[in-house]
Write a protein that binds this ligand. Structure first.
Ligand code: IVH
Length: 681
């Protein structure tokens, strides 16, 4: 029999460990995944041919082993403490004062600020550089032995880096699941009919406590370390920050936001800065942890009850809270989309008082399966619209009535429809639905459309409810008596409004096309259509193919345009407006031509393939658009790259027109001849 290839085996283990560290700790892979997998397979083949070769630190151990029947208990040599919480800056100042009172007057106290990762605590024990044991926190004194599971976590080194590892080191940190991996995990569990995980923390905790480590191995757990328990080593750090640097050298993942602060005000500033970034971080954090940097001062401060005196958690406002559902109401939008909205008992969450939460659509209602008066978990993260994440079924009232999505439009009673491939349910009533009429009129009179000043939402509501206005042309038939009969309308304001209505008779083609409220036709698109077709007749006649060819329109929008003009009701509306004497001739405006996106606000989300986001921003600005970083009701258009996240979700909710990168590239190309675009950066 051939001798085991000991050297080749060790070399391969080392090589795989190196790539593993680059990938999972440094987030900077050197080789493609396929190459890594091939090398791992090579290792596994060697191991099955020569089982005597297999070492404890073999990367093949990351796939899990035999299931356990139960976890054994481990008592921590040093207790795993918890942290005192500070919910406001005063509590932080009090902490700083207490530290000062217990230290020497002349002693200067530096702090280290770290994100407070929202996962589960784990302790790892290494003897002579090899991972020996891993334990959960448990009650702080005794935890569970989860060594087999910890071995499967790629960012947990099985062997420490460097030539002279400590004799004994116990490292502590947080195990968590990053957002994108959590989403993927939940969509996978969808397919096999598993129950979904409530949030990344629960998923991380459940995954770490699996008796079958093969299951843990398939969960995308990450461990980031934040401290040391036991330490027997020639190297002894003097500060907490030095400890973190040391841990990094040993091959652990240490959070990159860690900062040294020279006073408590800097800690508060770190808190504010991180609170701003919270929504865009790739993992959940629930605050920051502030620790006295000097280990000597830490020792002298000691602990009280089960928390150290040298550290405190400055917590962010909770993003999830529990409240009671009062009712579900339905809003009908301009294009007939019916959006269910949950009315809630007011609750303070994510830093604001929330009274309403979106229920998105029919599918979401089905997912939540709400009953009247349910107790629900509301989530508000960053500036994202509050959402009901789940029902607390345990608190459901006996015989509670299930809330069903209406079968007819809740405003006009028309049939509702859900188009294939669309999540939205729409009212088919069109202009016979007062809700749609109101929204359509609001849009028609808005500043960037017909610009009828003095005709606010409340007034439109009255005009429609009292039957004075049913279509756009009715606006031009309003008279003094009618307006004066409305609430809060005196002669002067009525007179002003009538003048404003008259003034709107003369407009241009862009504004008129935009005012019609064709689905997904924003001002940018209206501008492109106007300059291409020059007259409404030509646009109405324009075949689908011609529309699709135009840069910045795209096949979906083109379809909406064709559908809109093939509805005889819409043509009637246009003819009525023309009969009344509305002028919407195309006015060639040099300035507008050179800056076709003037007055528009764009937002970019996701990664663009063909250009950097910065280049896209400059190109948009050259065309006259403003580029903003967050989506609001004022956003004209959302430019979408790959991996778009919460901005896309918000834009859909606010019905902001969407443009994909391909369409954007065409829009840019169609403007290429333009001198302004050629401006040097
Ligand atoms: S230090 C005595 N640092 O928060 C200090 N803890 O109650 C002990 N946590 O479950 C912890 N991020 O797992 C520390 N950067 C961080 C942390 C952190 C998250 C968790 C920890 C524990 C809880 C504290």
């Amino acid at each position: 029999m051939t001798a085991p290839p000991v050297q080749a085996y060790r070399a391969l283990v080392k090589e795989l460990q190196f790539h593993n560290h680059r990938y999972h700790v440094l987030d900077d892979p050197l080789i493609p995944d396929g190459e890594y997998d091939r090398k791992l397979l090579q290792l596994q083949t060697m191991e099955s041919t020569f089982p005597t070769l297999v070492d404890d630190d073999s990367p093949s151990h990351r796939v899990g082993g035999k299931p356990l029947s139960e976890f054994s208990q481990i008592s921590h040599s040093l207790p795993m403490l918890s942290l005192e919480n500070a919910f406001d800056s005063k509590a932080l100042m009090d902490f700083d004062r207490r530290v000062a009172e217990r230290t020497n007057e002349k002693e200067k106290v530096d702090y280290v600020c770290e994100p407070k990762l929202d996962g589960v605590a784990l302790s790892l024990l290494y003897r002579d550089g090899m991972l020996e044991r891993a334990a959960t926190r448990g009650d702080g004194a005794t935890g569970e032995d989860v060594t087999a599971n910890a071995r499967t976590i790629r960012s947990v080194p099985l062997r420490l880096q460097g030539d002279s590892p400590p004799n004994l080191i116990e490292v502590r940190g947080e195990v968590y699941i990053p957002h994108k991996d959590f989403d993927r995990l939940n969509s996978l569990s969808d397919k096999v009919g598993d129950k979904k995980f409530v949030n990344p923390r629960n998923a991380a905790a459940g995954s770490l406590r699996q008796l079958d480590s093969k299951i843990t191995a398939r969960r995308p757990l990450v461990m980031s370390v934040y401290g040391v328990g036991l330490l027997e080593s020639a190297v002894k750090p003097n500060t907490h920050f030095e400890t973190l640097v040391y841990l990094k050298q040993l091959g652990f993942l240490v959070n990159s936001h860690v900062t040294v602060a020279t006073d408590i005000f800097q800690c508060e500033n770190f808190y504010k800065a991180l609170a701003e970034q919270r929504a865009s971080l790739p993992y959940d954090i629930d605050g920051i942890v502030i620790k006295v940097n000097s280990l000597d001062i830490q020792r002298r401060l000691g602990t009280v009850l089960r928390s150290p005196r040298w550290a405190i958690a400055r917590k962010f406002p909770a993003q999830e809270e529990m409240t009671r559902l009062l009712a579900v109401e339905y809003q009908v939008g301009r294009t007939g989309v019916i959006t269910p909205v949950g009315r809630l008992e007011p609750v303070f969450v994510g830093g604001v008082t929330v009274r309403n939460a979106t229920l998105h659509n029919l599918d979401e209602m089905a997912r939540l399966n709400l009953c009247a008066h349910d107790t629900v978990i509301v989530r508000r993260a960053g500036d994202v619209i509050p959402k009901i994440v789940r029902v607390v079924k345990e608190y459901r009232l006996p015989n509670a009535r299930v809330i069903k999505f209406p079968q007819y439009c809740p405003v006009c009673g028309s049939d509702i429809e859900q188009l294939p491939d669309e999540a939205a349910v729409r009212c088919t009533g069109g202009m016979s639905c007062p809700a749609q009429v109101k929204q359509a009129i609001n849009h028609f009179v808005s500043r960037k459309a017909m610009n009828i000043e003095g005709l606010g939402v409340k007034l439109v509501e009255q005009l429609v409810d009292r039957g004075h206005v049913q279509s756009f042309s009715d606006l031009y038939r309003l008279d003094m008596d009618t307006l004066c009969s409305l609430e809060r309308m005196a002669k002067k304001s009525s007179d002003k409004l009538l003048k404003s209505i008259q003034a709107s008779r003369k407009t241009n083609l862009t504004k008129f096309i935009y005012a019609l409220g064709i689905r997904e036709v924003g001002e940018g698109c209206a501008q492109i259509l106007a300059s291409r077709f020059k007259s409404l007749e030509d646009l109405i006649e324009g075949p689908l193919e011609e529309l699709v060819e135009i840069g910045g329109v795209g096949p979906v929008v083109a379809r909406h345009i064709v559908d809109f003009f093939s509805e005889s009701k819409n043509i009637t509306v246009i003819n009525e407006l023309r009969a009344i004497g509305l002028k919407f001739d195309h006015v060639i405006n040099e300035e507008a031509m050179s800056r076709p996106l003037e007055g528009q606000t764009w937002v970019i989300t996701g990664n663009l393939d063909s250009m950097s986001r910065e280049d896209a921003k400059v190109a948009l600005q050259n065309l006259g658009a403003k580029v903003s970083s967050s989506v609001s009701a004022k956003t004209t258009q959302l430019l979408i790259g790959s991996n778009a996240g919460s901005k896309l979700e918000k834009a859909k909710l606010l019905e902001v027109p969407l443009m994909y990168e391909k369409e954007f590239a065409i829009l840019l190309m169609s403007q290429q001849a333009h001198p302004r675009l050629n401006v040097e950066k």
